[in-house]
Design a protein around this ligand. Structure first.
Ligand code: ZN
Length: 146
């Protein structure tokens, strides 16, 4: 699966992949990298974006929990988040995107398997102005890149 892909198609496709498939380990080289350092990569979410201008900060190592990060990795993550936050402020001003920058972790729910997200730790970043998470899902999000 290549290129910009809407969320519903991405989730359907993910369900067809083997259980040990990692969406982030296996798509390296296909992502549009915005910035990176020794521990983390900040990329455009081309597959399954929730909202326009959604990006991801992903550790280079396949780790599942934040507690697996080394102190150095945590420092490197903080540096990238600070840079991303500054870039988002500029972007939102220039493009007149309303709202604030939302940053959150997303984990796979092993109990229900409803959330067929990857278990490779990742941070979601996106402009957000809604009130309830369900209302921010935008089926055309994949069409707007950083
Ligand atoms: Zn991985």
């Amino acid at each position: 699966m290549k290129g910009n892909v809407p969320r519903n198609q991405y989730e359907s496709w993910l369900k067809t992949m083997p259980a040990d498939y990692c969406a982030f380990c296996d798509i390296k080289g296909e992502q549009k990298v915005i910035e990176e350092n020794e521990g983390w990569v900040w990329v455009v979410n081309r597959r399954g974006a929730y909202l326009p201008y959604q990006t991801l900060i992903i550790p280079r190592r396949h780790i599942v929990e934040l507690s697996e990060c080394t102190p150095e990795e945590l420092t490197l993550m903080q540096e990238l988040i600070q840079e991303a936050t500054q870039d988002y402020k500029k972007l939102m001003e220039e493009k007149k995107v309303p709202g604030k920058i939302m940053i959150f972790w997303r984990f796979r729910d092993e109990s229900t398997r409803k959330n067929k997200s990857t278990d490779h730790l990742h941070l979601n970043l996106m402009p957000y102005k809604g009130e309830i998470f369900d209302h921010i899902l935008d089926p055309d999000a994949h069409l707007t890149n950083f």
